[in-house]
Design a protein around this ligand. Structure first.
Ligand SMILES: [Zn+2]
Length: 301
């Protein structure tokens, strides 16, 4: 990814509406050694989607580790000693199409190391391309603006590099605006003033400035400040590498370090940062993978 595209990762413009419906995908299951069964919500996933993983048949004290495309990912049990472990696999919206493995490792009762894996086919997402003309300062920021945007980027990277080793969420994720169920623009490939840019990594919800914005889920606020492109921004850590981001707010109602409950008000819709009008930009990141946030509402992790 080029520096310019990194800098434009959070930029967004509210154009058009699209429902985030994905084609129906069938779950897949595999029987492994010592009675362990792996399940995935689908054997195939488009860019920008998420998959639910499940390991069943585990002994209460048995430890497992999991990798998704070679990177370690967290596993959790809903209750201690449960025979079922859960995982969430994020497919980044620019992950190249191809075959990747979800791999599980554990030890048998006599100490023998065991592994089992399920392949996932990542498909190219169907995203429209938009061509836009925006103010020159946002396409060619001056050195001071560029420096600010780079500092923002470093801050965001440090946040996403941190994996809080516990589940901070409880129950279902919700859309962060009341009475809204769909948003648009996720994954749009963009050409700004004739130059190809990074795709739009969030879901946009057009809304009147001042509309309350609610936490999609419980967690801890890890960022609550003004950023160059995304304006007044809040990022919430939900644990295990899962983060939600709320951008372009007119007002921020929380501070970094605050614990938040699901559906607590965290700010108000605005038009700060690089925008053409008031709207909420909502992002979901799972272990650095930029995923359509509406999917975590549709599929309870
Ligand atoms: Zn946006």
């Amino acid at each position: 990814m080029t520096r310019a595209s990194l800098l434009l990762m959070f930029a967004c413009l509210p154009l058009g509406q699209a429902h985030a419906k994905q084609p129906v995908q069938a779950p897949v299951k595999k029987s492994c050694d010592s009675g362990i069964i792996l399940k995935l919500s689908s054997a195939s996933a488009p860019q920008g989607s998420l998959l639910l993983g499940e390991i069943s048949g585990a002994k209460p004290s048995q430890e497992f580790s999991a990798e998704w495309d070679g990177r370690p990912i967290p596993l959790w049990r809903e209750t201690p000693g449960s025979p079922t472990l859960h995982a969430l696999l994020g497919v980044d919206l620019e992950k190249p199409a191809g075959r990747y493995d979800w791999k599980i490792s554990w030890s048998s009762t006599d100490g023998k190391p065991l592994t089992c894996s399920l392949p996932v086919t990542v498909r190219t997402g169907k995203f429209p391309t938009e061509r836009l003309t925006v103010e020159k300062q946002f396409v060619q920021p001056d050195p001071e603006q560029q420096k600010r945007a780079e500092e923002d980027q470093k801050k965001m990277k440090a946040i996403y590099d941190t994996v809080t080793p516990e589940v901070l969420w409880k129950g279902k994720f919700v859309v962060p605006l009341k009475g809204v169920s769909t948003g648009g623009n996720f994954g749009r490939r963009r050409v700004l003033n004739g130059e190809a840019r990074s795709p739009h990594a969030g879901v946009d919800f057009p809304a009147v400035a001042g509309t309350p914005v609610y936490a999609a889920q419980s967690g801890k606020v890890v960022l609550a400040e003004n950023l160059y492109y995304s304006g007044n921004t809040v990022v919430i850590d939900h644990g295990f590498g899962i983060y939600t981001l709320y951008a372009h707010l007119s007002e921020i109602g929380v501070h970094a370090g605050d614990p938040v409950e699901a559906s607590a008000e965290i700010g108000k819709v605005g038009a700060t940062g690089r925008v053409t009008g008031p709207h909420l930009h909502w992002g979901l990141t799972i272990d650095h993978a930029r995923v359509n946030a509406l999917q975590i509402v549709q599929r309870r992790p």
